[in-house]
Design a protein around this ligand. Structure first.
Ligand SMILES: Cc1cc2nc3c(=O)[nH]c(=O)nc-3n(C[C@H](O)[C@H](O)[C@H](O)COP(=O)(O)OP(=O)(O)OC[C@H]3O[C@@H](n4cnc5c(N)ncnc54)[C@H](O)[C@@H]3O)c2cc1C
Ligand code: SF4
Ligand code: SF4
Ligand code: SF4
Length: 505
């Protein structure tokens, strides 16, 4: 008689690596995907209500589709990888535009341009989809999301605005399919929610065929309600049961019987979920359409259109006069801030993920794993040639202008003999005081430690070198003349190759 191995039941790994390690962000994808309905989110935790291993020998589902596992990442990336532009900070995309709702009431109620609400309302009214997964506010606590299946425009309107606590939107997606019999569903969520849905598609789970379009939100993190309540108890001696309402204005406001406690957002951000600290996706890189803030512009959103489906839907809404668009290149500060935020989140997330690997032996999501394909590819075949370089006289202002126009976030710095001597990225440039950008030269802020390779080395060599010093790119030099720059390879180029390799399997 064959022995049943615990490792073949995905729940055991999910429980150990994700749930008990505090990495669950309560998306509910495991609950929606479990074939025997064994999983339920209760409070802030996923619970298994019966031991599925009694009836099954093997089930990989819940761990693989969890957005915080390392499984299925490349297959998930393949849903957006046919977009013409691949950008180190923002992922794959077709177009980036500034957008706002034409309806001023929607703009007023939202935290941005009211774009998501306008697009969803238009889609429901015009039967582009039959339902939408949104996060309304709870009646008692409007800041706390209530994941819901929106069926009519009013349901969409009542979900306007961001709520900064976890929302089990993937669970609601499961209800739309199983409970409401919906077959054409629009989905809105933060990057890990979108990843969960993409993983369901990559897994070819039976509920994934009902997904029509994904709208991803930019995200720096969601807050742990229990951690915040604990903090308030300690600092203000207020029991959770005394809190009557939580709402968000410029501060997070807790209404208690004795009055209001107002927490500034800087204080609140200490309580983001552990998963958010190792998360590397700021702009929902796997969504059909991504939407985020357009700081410093008020009432506008930054919209990144990634897929053909996203593009068709978006421009249908534009043609119907639902949303206004504006050219993002005319507002260089907006794109600069989005790219800097994305790179900062990626750098911090990769660092944290590496620390976690060292302590737990387990590598959380979003680091490259499938390296075999890289070992067979020569750097010379994949490097970008004719790379634009910066001279010693280029100012930070000129560099930022170049970034805003081309959306590339880093360039090599060369000396008077055209030899590479440094590397300049948006991260360093953005930290230069705005008033000093005209007189500061990029040569003053350049990273001088160069990571280099030769065209006859492999893509795996390039990847290892990038990982060792936590940079995202290598300069490719001529072996016969090692001061001559031939090209550049970035981590995004490597992801692109891996995605192609997975698609061709
Ligand atoms: C947790 C969180 C963190 C964010 N962090 C940033 C950031 O750092 N920088 C930035 O530029 N933008 C961030 N955003 C996105 C930003 O707040 C807006 O949601 C986005 O710009 C869309 O604006 P809008 O006016 O078009 O959306 P609206 O028209 O107001 O629609 C918002 C939509 O978001 C959905 N939603 C609200 N809360 C949640 C939630 N918790 N989970 C899933 N869906 C939800 C609602 O269903 C609604 O349909 C964040 C959003 C969230 C939810
Ligand atoms: S049956 Fe459900 S809980 Fe058990 S391993 Fe499969 S998906 Fe996970
Ligand atoms: S799939 Fe979602 S709800 Fe389930 S463990 Fe992972 S993050 Fe938590
Ligand atoms: S920061 Fe990442 S893990 Fe945290 S809620 Fe946002 S997308 Fe999810």
């Amino acid at each position: 008689m064959g022995l049943k191995s615990d490792s073949l039941i995905a729940y055991n790994i999910l429980e150990k690596r994700i749930i008990n390690s505090g990495l669950c962000t309560q998306c509910g994808a495991c609950e929606a995907a479990c074939p025997v309905g064994a999983l339920h989110i209760e409070g802030e935790k996923v619970k298994r209500t019966y031991d599925c291993s009694k009836d099954m020998d093997l089930c990989p589902i819940c761990y693989e589709i969890c957005p915080h596992s390392e499984a299925l990442l490349l297959r998930s990336l393949s849903f957006v990888a046919d977009a013409p532009v691949k950008n180190e900070a923002l992922g794959y995309y077709r177009k980036i535009v500034l957008v706002q709702a034409v309806d001023p009431k929607i703009r007023e109620l939202s935290h941005g341009g009211g774009v998501v609400t306008s697009l969803l309302k238009f889609g429901i009214e015009n039967k582009v989809f039959d339902s939408a997964i949104v996060s309304q506010g709870e009646l008692e606590n409007p800041a706390k999301p209530k994941p819901s299946v929106a069926l009519v425009p009013d349901d969409i309107l009542s979900a306007v605005g961001s709520k900064f606590f976890p929302s089990s939107v993937a669970k609601a997606y499961g209800s739309a399919v199983y409970g409401y019999g919906k077959t054409n569903i629009a989905f809105v969520g933060v990057p890990c929610h979108v990843l969960a849905l993409r993983k369901l598609e990559a897994w070819q789970h039976k509920i994934s065929g009902n997904l029509k379009i994904t709208i991803g939100l930019f995200c720096f993190g969601t807050l742990s309600l229990s951690a915040l309540l604990e903090y308030i108890k300690k600092k203000y001696n207020v029991e959770p049961s005394d809190i009557k309402q939580i709402r968000l204005s410029s501060k997070l406001v807790f209404q208690t019987e004795k009055g209001e406690i107002k927490l500034p957002l800087s204080e609140v951000s200490d309580h983001i979920l552990p998963s958010c600290r190792k998360c590397t996706d700021f702009t929902s890189e796997l969504a059909d359409i991504s939407v985020g803030g357009a700081y410093p512009l008020k009432d506008w959103s930054t919209v990144i259109i990634r897929t053909k489906a996203g593009e068709d839907f978006f421009y249908k809404a534009v043609e119907n006069g639902i949303i206004n668009t504006w050219v993002i290149e005319e507002e260089p500060t907006v794109i600069e801030r989005v790219m800097v935020a994305a790179m900062q989140k990626r750098t911090a997330g990769l660092k944290k993920a590496k620390e976690m690997e060292e302590t737990s032996g387990y590598l959380p999501a979003l680091l490259l794993r499938e390296t075999d394909a890289l070992a067979n590819i020569k750097i010379g075949d994949i490097m970008a040639k004719n790379v634009k370089t910066l001279t010693q006289n280029t100012t930070v202002h000129q560099f930022l202008d170049l970034v805003a126009r081309n959306h590339h976030i880093g360039y090599p710095l060369v000396n008077e003999n055209n030899e590479p001597v440094g590397w300049v990225t948006l991260e360093e440039a953005a930290s230069v005081d705005k008033n000093k950008r005209n007189e500061t030269l990029v040569s003053q802020i350049a990273r001088r430690k160069l990571v280099t390779a030769y065209p006859d080395e492999t893509a795996l060599d390039a990847f290892k070198r990038m990982s060792e010093i936590e940079t995202g790119r290598v300069l490719v030099l001529d072996r016969a003349d090692p001061k001559k720059l031939l090209g550049v390879v970035t981590k995004t180029d490597l992801m692109h190759i891996l995605t192609k390799a997975v698609n061709n399997r």
